[in-house]
Ligand binder design. Sequence first.
Ligand code: NAD
Length: 304
Amino acid sequence: MSTDLDGRVVLVTGGARGLGRSHAHALAARGAAVVVNDSGAALDGTCADPAAADATAAEIRAAGGNAIASAADVATPAGARQAVAAALDEFGRLDALVANAGILRDRTFAKMPLEDFDAVVRVHLSAAAYCAHAAWPALVTSGSGRIVLTTSASGLYGQFGQANYAAAKMGLVGLLHVLGQEGARTGVLVNAIAPVATTRMTEPLLPPDALRELAPERVSPVVAHLVSADCRQTRLVLEVGAGQVARVQVVASAPVHQPADDDGVAEVLDRLAAAEGGTSFRSTNEAVARLLPAARLQAPARER
Ligand SMILES: NC(=O)c1ccc[n+]([C@@H]2O[C@H](COP(=O)([O-])OP(=O)(O)OC[C@H]3O[C@@H](n4cnc5c(N)ncnc54)[C@H](O)[C@@H]3O)[C@@H](O)[C@H]2O)c1
């Protein structure tokens, strides 16, 4: 049975190409009204082409779905507000955000101009925060607001030549955990996917057989569920691709006693470097409490 998205309004950033285009089609096919946001950027984020979002929105309408285009650059606060406003102006509500827009400027760190670091962080991390911030009141009003962030194996595990991209993608995991905690009280559920799919980002890197297995359309059903009112989960990070889904967690080892002086630190670190597995914690409080129960933090419980 396919996921029911009837009556839901979803904003998909970077929705004109690759994974975003696949998500936009999949959501519309399940009954959602979709705002296809895309600035029409080149892979490195330069240029802009408003025709890109228009084309995907038109394809969806031609297939019988409901979609409008937004060409706003969501890597600016004003652009993010415009994309959210497009949903509210046209459909009167917004139930879910799929933060998917992305660019690449790969270079080893020593050779990476800092403007390339900033540009990539802006499109992947800041844009997701800008859109979530602009969308938040509407998501709370929805009563079943959903956010799907798009992280990457590059950030979760590291990828040579992608310091900017990996930093942004792991930054999204921090954003996920805090928005998930803060959204829980108002029904806003926040999850992330780390997709693997054939798009212009990956085509040059993968062998032809793998490219065939990695159709973006195999990722989108998970996104459709995560934006649905039926979704029950929050703060999941899911690797999705080639018909497989896996959960990714940050784990910590059991604490090892560290002597008060410098002696023995190297041995302690050697033991920890060899440690496998570990425990995942739902909050900073839980993690800190196992080091020193008396250090249990008070601040997060308070509304500030
Ligand atoms: N393809 C993969 O295997 C893979 C793996 C891990 C993560 N991802 C992530 O998935 C997302 C989609 O990537 P893709 O592979 O489909 O790439 P893609 O290049 O095909 O699509 C990205 C889209 O984002 C748009 N975009 C870029 N900057 C924008 C901005 N400032 N405002 C609005 N739109 C903007 C582009 O115009 C483009 O259409 C990205 O966040 C990417 O990092 C992809």
